[in-house]
Each structure stands twice: as C-alpha cells, then as structure tokens.
Design a protein around this ligand. Structure first.
Ligand SMILES: NC(=O)c1ccc[n+]([C@@H]2O[C@H](COP(=O)([O-])OP(=O)(O)OC[C@H]3O[C@@H](n4cnc5c(N)ncnc54)[C@H](OP(=O)(O)O)[C@@H]3O)[C@@H](O)[C@H]2O)c1
Length: 351
C-alpha cells in the first residue's frame, strides 16, 4: 500500500507522515516545495519516503504526484481555495481521498461537487477526518440510531479541558473562513442547510461540568455529514461561547505571531470531547460521548486509519460521510487503543 500526503511538510502533515512510518506504510510526501518536503521527511525519520513537488495550480504535476498511490491524505489547509484541486487530482489518479479539513463550507462543497466524479472513477472520498469530524459523525450515528427518527440532534465540541494551543494552520484556516466561524455556520433543517438559523441550544451540559454552560452555534463538520446517514429534522453544532469569542479575535498578525503548533508535551496533554444529543419523535433521547487525547496526534491517527481502511476494506465509491464509509463501532473501538473513550446511553421519555 502506498499513500501520498499532500501538505506533508505542515505541522499536522508531519504527524501524519510519522504515523504512516510507524505503521510501516509506504509514503509519498507531496507539496509545493521539494526542499521543505525533504526537510520534513528528515525531521520525522521518514528517510525512505519519496518527495514529489506539485502546486495546486499545476494539474499535471499534481496528478503525477499521486501516480502509483492507493490513497491521498490532504493536510494542506486552508482548504478553501486549494482543497478542490487536490480532490480532483486524487480522483483523476484513481486514488481514494481523505482530508483533515475542519472548514464546514469546504466540506459541503466536496460533498456537493465530487459525488459522481468519484463514483465514476470507482474511488471513495471522505473529507473531514480529523479529531472532530470523524468521531462526531460516528458518535452521532450511533446515538441517533437508538432513537430514530430524530427530531433534534445537537453536536457539541468541548476543548475547554484541552489546555493545548491551536496550530498556526488552524488559526489561518479559521481566518480564511472567519464569517462562518463567528456567525455559527450552517444548520440542517428539514432537508436543507441554512446559513442563519437561530440556535435551539443555548446551553450544554458537558460531562464533568457541575451545570450546563452557555453555548453558541459553531460550524462543526457533523452538521454537514450527519444528515447524510441520520434521519433527523434538525441538526446543529455548538461550542462553549468562549471558543466563538476566541476565534472572533483572530487577526493576520496573531496568525503570523504564533508558533507552527503546540509543543509535543502541550499537545499530548490536551483532550477533546464531543457529545451528540439525539431526541427521538417518541420523546426518548440518546447521548453519545466520545473523548480523546492530543488533538493533532489523534488527527494523524484518524487520517491514516481512514485512508488505510478505504484501501484495505473498501467502501462505496463516491463522496461519503465517515459513518457511511466505516463501521462506526469498529472505528471508535480502534480509537480506544489510542486513548479515546466512548459511550452511548438512552434516556427514556420524561426521564
Ligand atoms: N479538528 C480540526 O478541524 C483539525 C485538526 C487538525 C488540523 N486541521 C486542519 O488541517 C490544516 C493544516 O493544519 P496545520 O496546522 O498542519 O497547518 P500548517 O502547519 O500551516 O501546514 C499547512 C500545509 O499546507 C500547505 N499549504 C497551505 N496552503 C497551500 C496551497 N495554497 N497550496 C499548496 N499547499 C498549501 C503548506 O505548504 P507550504 O509549506 O508550502 O506553505 C503546509 O504544508 C488546517 O486547515 C487545519 O485547520 C483541522
């Protein structure tokens, strides 16, 4: 098996290359600077890996960069603007494709644009496989399945116990999508995605908090992916209000002034938690909770395993949400081997 990593010299790209090396998977480092790719390969001891240079505007070079590979993991963000060229090139080269994008509008665009191209090429495209997008989609699937059909599904991301700082690339991507991050992004309602819907949840009870905390809408990937496999009337994403406030103060000067990412110690100490609260038509509700360590390290583990499963196990050709491409229980159980925990509990009507 050979996997290409586009944006391989970035902060998360390097973690992905290191994870591929740890798993003994042949790797091609791809990106726009051969010099930076070679330096990155040396830094993560991936000396045997090949480096291939290609910018997103050079269609021929990009296609050549993916030649002979089974899958592409795209780590080059901001994805808005550059991501689609990489998806198109991967499909053209006959490679399965995953990326680590957290940009909600980009994820929707990939689903809206590439379904038939990918299906015709016989490859599977699963965008948004990071520490948020994949676990939230899988846990929401499992919680909703217990009470379907669902009236309301609320996905909430909590990084408050993280302590870890965001990477420069994360902040740059937030800045590239600042309206979406400060405005709350899309809400799914009755078969459509709406940009300006008022939040139904204004507080969330996160596990471990003594009482519910104020929450605000946030452009979580699950809002775009979950309605593709869960029968729900309303799906929204929320976070603690402080996180929205933190993103709304990001400026180009702040982005340029931060280090490329948290130190290894800082990122390993962090923790992410996602809850999915599904309410059924019959009044019963189900809560799924998934939590794990190390935002960027988990993203590398998730991205590599997502690509590997597409190559080894296969999935329907086309553009899929994580829960359509993978067995939700099996993948979450795999993540427990990397420090994650997950539960789904049903609360009876009136309970
Ligand atoms: N939970 C989440 O949502 C989550 C978790 C982890 C990562 N992510 C996302 O992953 C992305 C990467 O983050 P990071 O911290 O690794 O960023 P980073 O260190 O800035 O790395 C970005 C990489 O993308 C490449 N790149 C950027 N723009 C490009 C373009 N127009 N054409 C070709 N290559 C381009 C860069 O190449 P050069 O060196 O040539 O500039 C670099 O290799 C971000 O979008 C981040 O939000 C999301």
């Amino acid at each position: 098996m050979k996997i290409a990593v586009y944006g391989a010299n970035g902060y998360t790209g390097r973690l992905v290359v290191a994870e591929l090396a740890r798993r003994g998977i042949d790797t091609v480092l791809a990106g726009r600077s051969l010099e930076r790719l070679r330096k990155a390969a040396a830094e993560v001891d991936a000396h045997r890996a090949e480096a291939r240079a290609a910018g997103v505007e050079d269609t021929t070079a990009l296609a050549r960069a993916f030649e002979g590979c089974d899958a592409v993991i795209n780590c080059a963000g901001p994805f808005r603007g550059s991501g689609e060229a990489v998806v198109r090139a991967a499909i053209g080269a006959g490679c399965h494709y995953v990326d680590i994008a957290g940009e909600q509008l980009y994820l929707k665009r990939v689903h809206d644009t590439f379904a038939s191209e990918a299906a015709n090429a016989g490859v599977t495209v699963v965008p948004g496989v990071n520490d948020d997008g994949l676990p939230s989609d899988l846990i929401a699937h499992l919680a909703a399945r217990r009470v379907e059909p669902v009236t309301d599904l609320v996905i909430a991301l909590d990084l408050a116990r993280s302590g870890a700082t965001p990477s420069r690339g994360t902040l740059r991507s937030a800045l590239a999508n600042i309206d979406t991050f400060t405005g709350g992004g899309l809400t799914y309602r009755d078969g459509d995605w709406l940009p300006d819907a008022a939040a139904r949840s204004t507080s969330v009870a996160f596990p471990g908090d003594p009482e519910p905390v104020p929450a605000a809408r946030f452009p979580l990937p699950g809002v775009v992916t979950v309605p593709r496999h869960v029968r729900a009337r309303h799906v929204e994403g929320v976070v603690r209000t402080e996180l929205v406030a933190a993103f709304s103060t990001v400026t180009p000067e702040i982005v340029d002034g931060v280090p490329d990412g948290p130190s290894e110690e800082n990122r390993r100490a962090g923790r992410w938690t996602i809850i999915a609260d599904a309410t059924g038509h019959d009044g019963r509700s189900a809560r799924g909770v998934v939590s794990g360590p190390d935002t960027y390290g988990s993203t590398a583990v998730i991205a590599v395993e997502s690509a590997r499963r597409l190559v080894v196990d296969g999935a329907e050709p086309g553009v899929l949400a994580p829960a359509q491409a993978y067995d939700a229980t099996g993948f979450l159980d795999f993540l427990t081997e990397h420090g994650a925990t997950w539960t789904v509990e049903v609360v009876p009507a009136g309970g």
